[in-house]
Design a binder for this molecule. Structure first.
Ligand SMILES: [Zn+2]
Length: 166
């Protein structure tokens, strides 16, 4: 589906009996331009630069409207504020517990279909939320140091790996 965000937004809003306002367009544009799953406060900070008169309450209203008309997903981790995601493909989220960042994880189509099959008969599916909470296996500074060491001339002595007493 290729259509410009402006058209998509105005069509979806119209489908819900709502108008396209500069505030709604700005909030949607911010979500599309930087897909790092910002919170409402983050979105507020970003739109304020372009529309200084906008209030946090208006940003919350815009986000709620976008979620209600199906253009944006609300992502809830067990701690912290809701975050917002404009990726409408079925996907999971990876929450990096060290950096706090949230990434999209695309789901293979067959996996998504199998998840749908888990729903007992008699239920109508509203949403599937799949969140991974994980941390890098190697702390980032060590990973950077290791890749630097690999870049050294072959045969260069590498530091001995740290032994872990058992
Ligand atoms: Zn997402």
């Amino acid at each position: 589906m290729v259509s410009d965000p402006h058209t998509t937004l105005s069509q979806r809003l119209a489908g819900s009996g709502l108008r396209l306002t500069p505030q709604r367009e700005l909030v949607y544009g911010v979500l599309l331009s930087q897909r790092d799953h910002p919170s409402a406060e983050d979105v507020f900070a970003r739109v304020k630069g372009q529309l200084p008169s906008i209030s946090l309450a208006t940003v919350y209203n815009c986000l709620e409207t976008l979620v209600n008309c199906g253009l944006v997903k609300q992502v809830n981790m067990e701690r912290g504020p809701s975050r917002y995601c404009p990726n409408l493909h079925e996907h999971a989220h990876l929450h990096d517990e060290i950096s706090g960042r949230v990434f999209d994880l695309e789901l293979p189509a067959d996996l998504a279909a199998r998840l749908h099959l888990l729903l007992p008969a008699g239920y109508s599916l509203s949403a599937i939320e799949l969140n991974f909470h994980a941390r890098p296996a190697v702390p980032l500074q060590e990973a950077a140091a290791a890749s630097h060491a690999e870049g050294q001339e072959a045969g260069a002595e590498k530091p001995a790996p740290t032994q872990i007493a058992s």
